[in-house]
Design a protein around this ligand. Structure first.
Ligand code: ADP
Length: 274
């Protein structure tokens, strides 16, 4: 009899435990939703006046300015861009937490998308005297199916980091596409000859606010959010983002991404599991 009672009690307390857990989970989800809504409203409210700042700074830079004034206007523009980037990152994270982030696969030209991001980052590389090269290691289909906006965001993050953390040498972006039974799979490698990442910090770079090189002072700017967002976005797109690195020699980030079957299913058909 004693044993029966004990078992019964266990079952009851187990149930209570489960109910408590479910309630806590629901509360956390609700909290994340409220936070996401709040941040969405806030970022909208901040963005509107920021557009005024950016727009006026743009107009100002087209007027006749001396070197010193040009520098001031450039600082306004760069600061505004940095602030908008932070707002977008925070907004992305809150959407991810609230499960409100969705990916929108469309058919697009992969090579054009990648060359465009390379063109976008090239001035930053040139400014530091770095070589930025794009190589294709296989045939690339004319059209692929994925969320090209989010892919672009991830590539800009990877290329931007590669340039930011490299002082000499350069950055190589390599693209290859495999044709499997379940559709195309892209492998995109971003390799740099930069400062590298210590082995013990390698996996942590994908955590929020992680900054591997932050010892006492931070020599490089940034929020430490980019790679966390990138990895989550790549996950949502069914792909994988990994890194290899040697301290003092450089890093290589590898992105594997399923590209659907644009030819056969007209879009969001089944995708290989990566
Ligand atoms: P942020 O660049 O804004 O600090 P990220 O999430 O993009 O944030 O990167 C997190 C950290 O990972 C960086 O602060 C840096 O320490 C490290 N890291 C990322 N990319 C590289 C790279 N290509 N070379 C060396 N370190 C890198």
């Amino acid at each position: 009899i004693e044993m029966t009672v004990a078992v019964e009690r266990d079952i009851t307390s187990g149930k209570i435990h489960e109910q408590e857990l479910a309630a806590a989970r629901e509360a956390a989800e609700e909290g994340a939703r409220v936070k996401a809504d709040f941040l969405a409203t806030m970022s909208h409210e901040i963005r509107t006046p920021m557009n005024g700042v950016v727009g006026m700074a743009d107009l100002l830079s087209e007027t006749r300015l001396n070197t010193e004034q040009k520098e001031y206007v450039d600082t306004i523009k760069n600061s505004a861009a940095a602030l908008l980037a932070i707002i977008n990152d925070v907004l992305d994270l809150s959407r991810l937490d609230a499960n409100k982030m969705t990916v929108h696969p469309v058919d697009f030209d992969l090579f054009a998308c990648i060359s465009e991001t390379v063109r976008l980052i090239r001035p930053q590389a040139q400014h530091k005297g770095l070589k930025l090269t794009l190589k294709t290691l296989s045939e690339v289909p004319d059209l692929v199916n994925a969320d090209n906006g989010r892919l672009r965001q991830v590539l800009i993050n990877l290329l931007g980091n590669a340039v930011k953390f490299t002082e000499t040498g350069g950055v190589d972006l390599r693209l290859s596409v495999e044709d499997t039974d379940l559709g195309h799979i892209a492998t995109i490698e971003v390799e740099d000859t930069g400062i590298g990442i210590p082995a013990e910090k390698l996996e942590h770079v994908f955590e929020r606010f992680s900054q591997a090189e932050a010892d006492t002072t931070r020599a490089y700017g940034g929020t430490g959010l980019g790679l966390a967002i990138s990895r989550e976005l790549v996950g949502l797109m069914g792909g994988r983002l990994t890194v290899e690195s040697t301290l003092g020699r450089g890093s290589c980030f590898t992105l594997r991404l399923p590209l659907g079957l644009p030819d056969r299913t007209g879009g969001s058909g089944s995708r290989p599991v990566i």
